[in-house]
Ligand binder design. Structure first.
Ligand code: HEM
Ligand SMILES: [Cu+2]
Length: 657
């Protein structure tokens, strides 16, 4: 970030590919030297390669998914039979809170960011994200947030006020101790990380696309991530406000009264702030997933997508409308009735752009020759399950129905249908699809089908009965129920479904473990797909593309002729230089040198994480932390600690040819 040498474009040219073919290996060697990943443990901490950071996000998020899944399993064991005492009420409160918080803040959002940080730069044809050091900082901020949540949980001071921590329940009067403080600080850390990822995605897409990739040619997955990133920028500050103000109300020596009506505060203010984030959050998870779907369906239908423009417009429309629905989470509060009906209208309206997307996907499949490989099967599972979640969503948008089933298992069923159906199914499709790019090997198709079948059956067994239980009045967040209610059978069914899902996940782990080493090898473009990430070897080298190219269509690897596609020549092979292009038409604009790998992002995240944790115990941690952070910033931006390029080994011209 600190080297902003913007060079003029005098020596940048677009040349015909034939002139360059024989220079490939020499070029590869030079680029490998400049972009190579640093070695050792310290090197690991300093590595700013977007692919490594992306993979770290994905792997870390899956570790959290596993932990939250174990908590869910324990809750299902507790609820399997009436009057059970396996988890007492206090444990159960911590379990559902940590489960929900993990799934939303440490799994669903970061896993989508990680996928994007890996694939967006490849798909727009550049070498790294716009601000590589900040990107690394974002990962460590996320990790720090996760450690806060699980550190406190391990010490039996885990968060226990639900994933949205409403005051007054979460306030100083009703939640003494440090539990909610850890929750609110971890929210801030993970949202810092989400904001970092959003800025990376927007800047990389808007300024680093290859020449010719005008805005109406960028892949639909990239569009989805741009819309998501803008939503993050508007939504995350709201929840940081909510959790920050809550922390200030709670902390000894601070004790503000933002949410304390006795002192002029307002508890509903918290709910507004939280859900102004919370509803868009659902779309921050779902829109990346629709991006996977829009990208996968054309590949497996063997034709360009039907309705590119309506698909993009409905993504943007969803992004806007999603900010006008938040009050549907507050239908049980005294918001004026007329106001509520406005939010009912908006909630039903959002089905329109979602419907447009569904029709475009179906039309693409209809007009193509679908190949039912594992990735497509997951996508079809998504369409089925998300449809059910969408329908119960329309039901809940009606105020009288919502009043009846508010805080029951009907709601738990609904949001697992949309979150697991809308995000986890497409995510698995995307993992089966891109695994060959990550590793150079396919995941096993037959294990993949078993994984799908068991997960699909287990999912419906677990969550479908919850609709019925909710209608019968079983409330969420209550650790047990008595035998007279007659809810035992359906609960046992739901819990046995969780066992089936667990087995499916073990199969998936086995598949990843086995296929990494022994899976069928895949070439650079094994699915014969059309987007630029498939123009690199599998796995891609540290610099992504030996030669940046230009594009002349939306599906460059299908439509552009390799003989006539111009390549970009003139980017430095001595320093980490990328090409920036204009916002709308992606004309070459200038060359831009990216920052080197560095330890300061790690140290900054350490200082910020410690300062936020310390603040839970004493306010002095804040000025101390900011002081140290200031120091780290000075060092971060110090030119002197840039490695000297001249001292690197130099390959003389022509050495390799
Ligand atoms: C994989 C299988 C899963 C199972 C078996 C499961 C099960 C459960 C159970 C039993 C509850 C608590 C119900 C209650 O007493 O209120 C719950 C709550 C919740 N789950 Fe899941 N879940 C799963 C996956 C997920 C995923 C993937 C997400 C999000 C992406 C998620 C998000 C949530 C949220 C936000 C809550 C609400 C927590 C709260 O009430 O504060 N769950 N889940
Ligand atoms: Cu909502």
């Amino acid at each position: 970030m600190n080297s902003t040498a913007n060079e003029p474009l005098t020596d940048l040219t677009l040349v015909a590919p034939a002139h360059l073919a024989k220079r490939e290996t020499e070029l590869d060697q030079k680029l490998e030297k400049v972009w190579q990943r640093p070695n050792g443990i310290v090197g690991w901490l300093c590595n700013t390669n977007h692919k490594d950071i992306g993979i770290r996000y994905v792997v870390t998020a899956f570790v959290f998914f596993g932990l939250a899944g174990l908590l869910a399993f324990a809750m299902r064991l507790q609820l399997a039979v009436p009057d059970n005492t396996l988890l007492g009420p206090d444990r159960y409160n911590q379990f559902f809170t940590v489960h929900g918080t993990t799934m939303m803040f440490l799994f669903a959002v970061p896993v989508m960011e990680g996928m994007a940080l890996y694939f967006v730069p490849l798909m727009v044809g550049t070498r790294n994200v716009a601000f590589p050091r900040m990107n690394l900082f974002g990962y460590y901020a996320f990790l720090a947030g996760g450690l806060m949540l699980y550190g406190s949980f391990a010490l039996n001071i885990g968060a226990d006020a639900g994933w949205f921590a409403y005051p007054p329940l979460s306030g100083p009067d009703f939640a003494p101790g440090k539990r909610v403080d850890f929750w609110s600080q971890m929210i801030t850390m993970t949202e810092i990380s989400a904001l970092v990822a959003a800025v990376e995605i927007i800047c990389t897409v808007f300024k680093q696309r290859v020449p010719g990739m005008s805005l109406n040619r960028i892949p639909l997955y990239v569009w989805a991530m741009v819309v998501t990133a803008f939503m993050i920028i508007f939504a995350m500050p709201a929840v940081m406000m909510a959790s920050g103000l809550l922390a200030m109300d709670r902390l000894t020596n601070v004790t503000t009264h933002f949410f304390n009506p006795a002192e002029g505060g307002d508890v509903l203010l918290y709910q507004h702030l939280f859900w102004f984030f919370g509803h868009p959050e659902v779309y921050i998870i779902f829109i990346p997933a629709t991006g996977f779907v829009s990208n996968l369906i054309p590949v497996f239908a063997r034709r360009p997508v039907f309705g590119y423009t309506p698909l993009v417009l409905s993504l943007i429309a969803t992004g806007f409308i999603a900010f006008g629905l938040w009050v549907h989470h507050m239908f049980a509060t005294p918001v004026p009735e007329l106001g509520k009906s406005f939010f009912t209208g908006a909630s039903i309206m959002i089905a329109i752009p979602n419907g447009v997307q569904m029709f475009c996907w179906i039309a693409t499949l209809w007009g193509g020759k679908p190949q039912f490989k594992t990735p497509l099967i997951w996508v079809l599972g998504f369409i089925f399950i998300f449809m059910i979640g969408g329908l119960t969503g329309v039901m809940l948008a009606s105020v009288p129905i919502d009043r009846q089933v508010h805080d029951t298992f009907f709601v738990v069923a609904h949001f697992h249908y949309v979150l697991i159906g809308g995000a986890v199914f497409p995510l698995f499709g995307a993992i089966y699809y891109w695994f060959p790019k990550w590793t150079g090997r396919f995941l096993s198709e037959s294990l993949g089908r078993w994984h799908f079948a068991l997960f699909f059956v287990g999912f419906n067994l677990t969550f479908f009965p919850m609709h019925i239980l909710g209608m019968h009045g079983m409330t969420r967040r209550v650790y047990t129920y008595s035998a007279e209610t007659g809810w035992g059978t359906l609960n046992l069914l739901a819990s046995s479904g969780a066992v089936v899902m667990g087995v499916a996940m073990l199969l998936f782990l086995a598949n990843v473990w086995k296929s990494r080493r022994t899976g069928e090898t895949a070439g650079s473009n094994p699915w014969n797909a059309s987007t630029l990430e498939w123009a690199t070897p599998s796995p891609p080298p540290s610099y992504n593309f030996a030669q940046l190219r230009t594009v002349g269509s939306r599906d460059p690897l299908w439509i552009d002729s390799p003989e006539t596609t111009a390549l970009v020549d003139g980017l430095s092979t001595e320093k980490r230089e990328v090409l920036t292009t204009t916002l709308l038409d992606a004309h070459p604009d200038h060359k831009y040198e990216l920052a080197e790998d560095s330890i300061w992002p790690f140290l900054l995240a350490l200082v910020v994480g410690l300062s936020f944790t310390g603040l839970i115990f004493h306010p002095i941690a804040f000025p101390l932390g900011m002081g140290f952070a200031y120091l780290v910033f000075i060092l971060w931006f110090w030119r002197g600690n840039e490695p000297k390029r001249a001292s690197l080994p130099h390959v003389s011209e022509g050495a390799a040819s």
